[in-house]
Structures are given as C-alpha cells and as structure tokens.
Write a protein that binds this ligand. Structure first.
Ligand code: ACO
Length: 370
C-alpha cells in the first residue's frame, strides 16, 4: 500500500462543476475573474446547480424561489434562542442546519427534483439562520427576510435591521461569488462522502459545515482577523510576524494545497479591501494586510489564499469576525449542494483503505487480570 497523507494529488472523482487547472479557477468553464466582475451570486448558484447561466425568466424564478423559501421554521428559531450565547457560531450553524431537516417532510425524498428544491431551500435558509444567530447572540430579535431582496442584500438587512447601502451589498455579493465553489475542497469532499452512503442532502451539508469550521479550511478567515486584532498596529506587524515565523507557527490565510503560485480569488478580495478602506478614509487594516503579505511571501514564498483579504473586507463591512466562516457557508452551500446532486447522479460509496500500524497478535485478558 502506498499511503498518500492528506490524499494530496489523489483524483477521487470526476466532476463537471468547477476546475483548477494551472492556477485558473473556473465554474462550469467560466473563469472566476469573469464571474467576479460580471455575475451576481444568484446567477452563479444557478450556474453551479444547473450547468448554464440562467436566462432572464430562469433567474427571476430562482430569485422568487429563494425569497419564498427564505423564512425558517418558528420552532427552529425557538431552539436557536436556547443555544448558549457564547457558542461557536459555526457549531450553532451546524446544529441549526441539521435541525432544518426535521421540518422538511421531503428530507428523505431522494428524487432529483426534490433534491434540487432542497438545494435552493438550503441556499435560501442558511443566510436567514446566520443572521438570526447573530442577532440572538446580541440579545436581539431575529428579523424576517424581505421578499425581493438578493441573498447579499437580505443577509445584511436581516443582520442590521435596516436597508443596507449598495456598496456593501455589491462587495458581499462579489465575496459570495468568489467563495461559491472550489473543486474537491475538504468540506465539499466531506459532503460528498456523507451523501455517497445515500444519506440525505441535509446530512451532507451538515457534514460540510463541520469540515468548513476548521482553521485549516474556512475557519482561517476568522483566525486572520484575530491575528490582525492581536497585531493591533502597522508598526507591530513586522515584530509579530517575525516572532511567529521564528516559532514556526502557521500564518492563517496563507498557503494552499492546490495553488502554489497564488490563489486567483485573493486579488479580488485584496482590491475590495483597498477600495473599502479608501472609501472609509481608514486603510489601516488593508495596509497591515499588505505588510503581512510582503513579509510572508518574502520569507516563506507563501501567497495569500481566499481567506486572507476576506477578513479585512468583512470587517470593513461592519461584520463581526464570528460571522466570517458562516458567511463562507452562505456562499459555499451553493457548491456543496451542486456537488451533492452530482454525487447522487453517479454514486458509489466512498470508502478508502488505511494502512494498519497498530499492535498485532494481542490476546484478550479478562479485566480483573489487566
Ligand atoms: N504559514 C506558515 N507556513 C506554512 C503555511 C502557513 N500558512 N502553510 C504552509 N506552510 C508550510 C508548512 O509549515 C510546511 O512547511 P514544512 O514543509 O517546512 O513543514 C509547508 O509549508 C507545506 O505545508 P502543509 O501544511 O503541509 O501544506 P498542505 O497542503 O497540507 O496544507 C493548508 C495547506 C492547510 C492550506 C496550509 O497552507 C495552511 O495550514 N494554511 C493556513 C490555514 C489557511 O489559511 N487555510 C485556508 C486555506 S483556503 C480554504 O480552505 C478556503
């Protein structure tokens, strides 16, 4: 047996959803740069689920469906109010999404049409759950979604309780496009492994949320912000980073399993971070981030990944860092569900092997004699 730790370089499935070739990320053949510049998140989600960009009537229908499905069951809101206020937001999201299944009579209907509806439902309801969790944590009542708003606009509206400005909506929408899918990343793989047992789509998305939570994956964006807060000032960037490197600690938001010459999504977030800082007349977070990048790339040759500049982008949108990884989930649920639908279409249980390295030829000894 040849053991490939972390399954690096292993091709575990075919997929027609997204690809990373020579550092270029595409969704269904469309370059992420093109989509980040021109597509809305709703168009992107449609593209991931159905394989083509929507025509006007298709997009309007999807927006209507997303609006119609956005409310979450009252008993679920009541349960969310019982979660400890200081619970990890991703843990709370994982529990709430698992709970959604209990209120969907079609949860175990494995037909393609039922699963497509559930994909749209999950996409519609996860932003509502995240906004509700954020408000409940602050001792506030959740706000019901507003019909006719886009996902980005509705999320900010439900979070803040007021009509969001269009600059914030556009920035968040682009962020959602950039995070929507990423080939066989850890959380998507977790989702596919789960549904490959023919378990339901809610189980798949719950597994994916669990995998996204970790700081080596989606949790890195929150960790980046914690680092920026710890550093505190531009002057402290250099001593802080040098200290971390001397202690051989990882710098969150840098490095990638697949991209060795840079993550194509990072430049968009970097630009957004710069523009938001300039607009607010305070470029401190952006300047600190650029300095960190200079040091890490200079010393370690590592480039920022999608999580690095998203931290300063979201903070400049007035979003608490506990919501960064849940916002990643708001976007990535489109990709997770597209992959889950694809897995069901041509399924085989995913069951690799392990090389055994434990003890051998042990003989049972009664407990009283051990
Ligand atoms: N800071 C410092 N050193 C690093 C970093 C980092 N962020 N990333 C990799 N390295 C070093 C490792 O220490 C290792 O060095 P060594 O060979 O001297 O031991 C070498 O680069 C290879 O790193 P691995 O961790 O083995 O690479 P792997 O492909 O397994 O992991 C990962 C990729 C998890 C993304 C890694 O780069 C990392 O931990 N980065 C920080 C966390 C992060 O930003 N995660 C988000 C990724 S993007 C996403 O999931 C959305």
């Amino acid at each position: 047996m040849t053991v490939i730790k972390g399954l690096e370089g292993i091709v575990a499935t075919t997929s027609s959803i997204s690809s990373i070739v020579d550092g270029v990320l595409t969704y269904r053949g469309y370059d992420i740069d093109d989509l980040a510049e021109h597509a809305s998140f709703e168009e992107t989600a449609f593209l991931l689920w159905f394989g083509n960009l929507p025509a006007t009537a298709e997009l309007e229908k999807l927006k209507r469906d997303l609006s119609d499905f956005a409310a979450i069951p009252e008993p679920l809101i009541a349960q969310m109010k019982l979660y400890p206020k200081d619970a990890n937001t991703m843990a709370a999201l994982r529990s709430a999404v698992s709970g959604l299944a209990l209120y969907d009579e079609a949860a175990d209907d494995m037909s393609r049409s039922a699963n497509e509806i559930k994909a749209v439902k999950l996409q519609a309801q996860i932003p509502t759950i995240v906004a509700a969790l954020a408000r409940i944590r602050q001792g506030l009542e959740p706000i019901a979604p507003k019909p006719g708003f886009s996902i980005a606009e509705n999320f900010l509206y439900m979070l803040r309780g007021e009509q969001p400005d269009m600059v914030s909506v556009k920035a968040l929408d682009t962020g959602l496009v950039l995070h929507a899918d990423h080939e066989l990343n850890a959380s998507t793989f977790a989702g596919r492994v789960t549904v490959a047992t023919l378990s339901d789509i809610y189980s798949g998305v719950t597994s994916a949320i669990g995998a996204l939570k970790g700081p080596l994956h989606g949790g890195a964006n929150e960790a980046v912000m914690r680092m920026l807060e710890e550093i505190g000032s531009f002057e402290n960037v250099e001593p802080y980073i040098r200290g971390k490197l001397a202690r051989r600690e990882k710098i969150m938001g840098f490095g990638h399993r697949v991209y060795k010459n840079g993550d194509p999504r990072a430049k968009h977030l970097m630009k957004m971070s710069r523009e938001l800082g300039a607009m607010k007349g305070d470029t401190k977070l952006y300047d600190m981030s650029v300095k960190i990048e200079e040091l890490i790339t200079g010393q370690k040759g590592l480039k920022p990944n999608v999580d690095f500049y998203s931290a300063s982008v979201y903070t400049q949108l007035g979003i608490d860092r506990e919501l960064f990884t849940p916002i990643f989930a708001i976007s990535r649920v489109s990709g997770w569900t597209a992959h889950i639908l694809e897995q069901y279409e041509d399924n085989r249980i995913i069951r690799p092997r392990a090389e055994y390295t434990g003890l051998v030829e042990q003989k049972y000894v009664p407990v009283t004699e051990r």
